[in-house]
Design a protein around this ligand. Structure first.
Ligand SMILES: *[C@@H]1O[C@H](CO)[C@@H](O)[C@H](O)[C@H]1NC(C)=O
Ligand SMILES: *[C@@H]1O[C@H](CO)[C@@H](O)[C@H](O)[C@H]1NC(C)=O
Ligand SMILES: *[C@@H]1O[C@H](CO)[C@@H](O)[C@H](O)[C@H]1NC(C)=O
Ligand SMILES: *[C@@H]1O[C@H](CO)[C@@H](O)[C@H](O)[C@H]1NC(C)=O
Ligand SMILES: *[C@@H]1O[C@H](CO)[C@@H](O)[C@H](O)[C@H]1NC(C)=O
Ligand SMILES: *[C@@H]1O[C@H](CO)[C@@H](O)[C@H](O)[C@H]1NC(C)=O
Ligand SMILES: *[C@@H]1O[C@H](CO)[C@@H](O)[C@H](O)[C@H]1NC(C)=O
Ligand SMILES: *[C@@H]1O[C@H](CO)[C@@H](O)[C@H](O)[C@H]1NC(C)=O
Ligand SMILES: *[C@@H]1O[C@H](CO)[C@@H](O)[C@H](O)[C@H]1NC(C)=O
Ligand SMILES: *[C@@H]1O[C@H](CO)[C@@H](O)[C@H](O)[C@H]1NC(C)=O
Ligand SMILES: *[C@@H]1O[C@H](CO)[C@@H](O)[C@H](O)[C@H]1NC(C)=O
Ligand SMILES: *[C@@H]1O[C@H](CO)[C@@H](O)[C@H](O)[C@H]1NC(C)=O
Length: 473
C-alpha cells in the first residue's frame, strides 16, 4: 500500500469507524478525458486512460490490496477472482476503454512469480506483459453509444423520457435563458465558428459548445480568439451547460425524464442485494456510464439538497460509490439488520490527494443508511424490470411488444439472461417469476403487463397512485 494514502484517508470522517467491515461495493464511474463530441468519432485520450487508471489504483489501495484501509472482506487481493467482480460498460470507444483502464489499476499485473503456472510436464508458463490480468467486461445496452450521442435520452430510447426532455426546450425557463444568453453565445463565435454555424451558436447547444471548448482548453495549444476565453467566460460556459444538462436529465415534477437514473438505482440495489444473497461471494461491481446517468440519479436521490454542486456535470473519471458494510462480525455473513450502506462521490479523477466523500441520500442527514432504509429509498424511484420500464416509458413495440400475449418466452429470457434484457433487469424479472409461481399464471400475466408492479416496490407517502416510476416530487 502507498504510505502517503494514509494521511488524507484518516481525514475522512465517513471512513473513520474502526469496527466497520466492507462487504460489498458498487462503483459507477464516468469515463476519462476524451475528444470532443462535436468532432466525432469521440475517443478516450491518453490523459483519459491515465485518469481512470489512477482512479482504479486508488480504489485498489482503498478496498482491495492487503493492508488497505477498507479492504473488502474476503476479496482476492492480488490475482483477480472472476466470480468476485462484475464489470460492465456500454460498448463504445470511450466508456468501454475507460472501464478496461480502470480495471488495470484495480488489478494490475502481478509480476513473474504470481503470474506463472507450472504445467504437468514441469514447464513454467509466464503470463504475458508481466502478469497482466484479463477481466471480462459485460456490455450494457442502456446508454449505448452515449459518448457519440450529443443528447442523453437519444441513447436510452424511452419514449416518454424523450418527450419529457424535449419539453424542457418548450419551458419558459429554457426560452428565457436562450433569449438572455443570445449575446453571450454570439460573442463566442470567433472561437467556435469553424465547427458551429451561426444558427447553432446558442444556449440550445450549451453542452456541445462547452464540451468543444473544454476539450480545446485541455488539448489545443492554440485556440482562435482565445483572448475571449477569460476565466469568468469559461465559468459561464460551464455553468450554462450544467443547467442545460441537468434539466434534460431530471425534472422534479416529471420524473420519467430521469429514467436513466431510475434504472441505475435498480441495478445498484440488485447488485448489492446479490452480494447479500450470495453471502458475500460477489462483492465487487463496477459500471461505467455517461454523466447524464449521474445527473438523473443526483436528482432522484435528492443529492442536490445535500450539496448544490450536484446540479453540475461531474468531471471526467468521477465516481459514485456505494459501500455495503457492517459493524457486526463479518463471518458468518451478517443478518440484513446488521447491514448498512453509504454513498460516496468524487468529482473527477480519484488519487491520494483527492478522495471520495460521503453524502447523505434522499434529502436526509445521515450518511449511513440501514440496508432496509437504503432499499426503501431507492425503490421509491427505481425502475428495475423490463415491464416496469416499458410501462413507464409508454413503449409498446420492440422489446415491449405485447409481453402478456405469451408469457413463455419471458420466463425463458430470465434463465438465459439474454433477449436484450440487462442482467439487472433479468434479476428483477426472476423475482417476479418466483412470485408468479405462487400467484399463478394469471398473476404472471398481470405482472408482466406491469399493471401493479411499480406499486409493490413503492415506499413512502402518496406513491400508491398507480402511476409508474413517478416518485413524489
Ligand atoms: C495478501 O494476503 C494474503 C492473505 O494473508 C496472502 O496470501 C498474500 O500473499 C498477500 N499478498 C501480498 C502481495 O502480500
Ligand atoms: C510441456 O508442455 C508444453 C505445452 O504442451 C510444451 O510447449 C512444452 O514444450 C513441454 N515441455 C517439455 C519439456 O516437454
Ligand atoms: C420506445 O419508443 C420510442 C418512440 O416510439 C422509440 O424511438 C424507441 O426505439 C422505443 N424503444 C424501445 C426499446 O423499443
Ligand atoms: C427575448 O428578449 C427580447 C429583448 O431582448 C424580448 O423583446 C423578447 O420578448 C424576449 N423573448 C422571450 C421569449 O423571452
Ligand atoms: C470565424 O470568425 C472569425 C473572426 O470573426 C472570422 O475571421 C472567420 O472568417 C470566421 N470563420 C468562419 C468559418 O466563419
Ligand atoms: C442553419 O443554417 C444552415 C445554412 O447556413 C441551414 O442549412 C440549416 O438548416 C440551419 N439550421 C437550423 C437549425 O436552422
Ligand atoms: C482544437 O483542435 C482540434 C483538432 O485539431 C480541432 O478540431 C478543433 O477545432 C480545435 N478547437 C478549437 C476551439 O480551436
Ligand atoms: C484562471 O484560472 C486558472 C486556473 O484555475 C488560474 O491559474 C488563473 O490564475 C486564473 N486567471 C485569472 C486571471 O484569474
Ligand atoms: C434480494 O434478492 C432476493 C433473492 O432473489 C429477493 O427475494 C429479495 O426480494 C431481494 N431484495 C431486494 C431488496 O431486492
Ligand atoms: C464537479 O466539478 C465541476 C467543476 O470542475 C463543477 O462545475 C460541478 O458542479 C461539480 N459536480 C459535482 C457533481 O460536484
Ligand atoms: C430533498 O430534501 C430536502 C431536505 O430534506 C427536502 O426539503 C426536499 O423536499 C427534498 N426534495 C425532494 C424532491 O424529495
Ligand atoms: C445514522 O444511522 C445509523 C444507522 O441507522 C445509526 O446507527 C447512527 O446512529 C445514525 N447517526 C446519526 C448521527 O444519526
Amino acid at each position: 500500500m502507498r504510505p502517503q494514502a494514509l494521511l488524507p484517508l484518516t481525514l475522512l470522517p465517513s471512513l473513520s469507524s474502526a469496527a466497520e467491515t466492507i462487504l460489498g461495493l458498487y462503483i459507477f464511474s464516468r469515463h476519462g478525458d476524451r475528444t470532443a463530441k462535436a468532432t466525432p468519432p469521440t475517443l478516450l485520450t491518453d490523459l483519459g486512460y491515465s485518469e481512470v487508471f489512477s482512479s482504479g489504483t486508488w480504489f485498489r489501495d482503498q478496498y482491495i490490496a492487503n493492508g488497505s484501509t477498507s479492504q473488502i472482506h474476503g476479496i482476492a487481493p492480488d490475482i483477480v477472482k472472476q466470480a468476485q467482480i462484475v464489470a460492465s460498460a456500454p460498448l463504445d470507444d470511450v466508456l468501454m476503454p475507460s472501464c478496461l483502464g480502470f480495471l488495470q489499476g484495480l488489478y494490475p499485473p502481478v509480476g513473474p512469480t504470481l503470474g506463472s503456472q507450472t504445467l504437468g510436464n514441469g514447464t513454467v508458463v509466464q503470463v504475458p506483459l508481466n502478469g497482466f490480468q484479463i477481466i471480462p467486461v459485460a456490455t450494457v445496452t442502456s446508454g449505448t453509444g452515449s459518448e457519440d450521442s450529443a443528447w442523453l435520452q437519444g441513447s436510452d430510447n424511452c419514449a416518454k423520457a424523450i418527450v419529457s426532455s424535449n419539453d424542457y426546450f418548450d419551458s419558459p425557463e429554457y426560452m428565457a435563458l436562450e433569449n438572455s444568453t443570445m449575446g453571450f453565445y454570439t460573442s463566442l463565435e470567433p472561437v467556435i465558428n469553424s465547427t458551429f454555424a451561426a444558427n447553432q451558436t446558442s444556449f440550445k447547444n450549451a453542452y456541445s459548445i462547452f464540451d468543444y471548448i473544454n476539450v480545446a482548453e485541455i488539448h489545443n495549444s492554440t485556440i482562435p480568439s482565445s483572448n475571449l476565453l477569460t476565466n469568468s467566460t469559461l465559468f459561464q460556459i460551464r455553468t450554462l451547460a450544467d443547467t442545460h444538462e441537468f434539466n434534460l436529465a431530471y425534472n422534479a415534477s416529471d420524473p420519467i425524464r430521469a429514467i436513466t437514473g431510475a434504472t441505475l438505482a435498480a441495478q445498484f440495489v440488485q447488485a448489492l442485494n446479490n452480494t447479500i444473497t450470495t453471502g458475500g461471494k460477489a462483492p465487487l461491481n463496477i459500471q461505467f456510464g455517461a454523466y447524464g446517468g449521474f445527473q438523473s440519479f443526483f436528482g432522484l436521490a435528492n443529492l442536490t439538497s445535500a450539496n448544490s454542486d450536484f446540479y453540475g456535470i461531474p468531471d471526467y473519471a468521477s465516481t459514485m460509490t456505494f459501500e455495503l458494510f457492517t459493524t457486526a462480525a463479518p463471518e458468518p455473513f451478517p443478518a440484513v439488520e446488521d447491514l448498512s450502506v453509504r454513498f460516496l462521490f468524487h468529482n473527477g479523477t480519484t488519487g491520494n490527494n483527492s478522495v471520495p466523500v460521503a453524502y447523505p441520500l434522499f434529502g436526509q442527514s445521515n450518511t449511513t443508511l440501514s440496508w432496509n432504509d437504503f432499499v426503501n429509498g431507492m425503490n421509491s424511484f427505481a425502475v428495475g424490470s423490463q415491464s416496469q420500464w416499458c410501462q413507464a416509458c409508454g413503449n409498446s413495440t420492440g422489446v415491449c411488444a405485447s409481453p402478456d400475449s405469451n408469457p413463455g418466452p419471458v420466463t425463458g429470457e430470465i434463465g438465459s439472461g439474454s433477449g436484450g434484457i440487462s442482467k439487472a433487469v433479468a434479476g428483477v424479472i426472476g423475482a417476479m417469476v418466483t412470485l408468479a409461481v405462487i400467484l399463478g399464471v394469471e398473476a404472471l400475466i398481470m405482472l408482466v403487463a406491469g399493471l401493479r408492479l411499480a406499486k409493490k416496490n413503492r415506499v413512502g407517502g402518496g406513491a400508491a397512485t398507480g402511476e409508474t416510476v413517478t416518485p413524489k416530487a
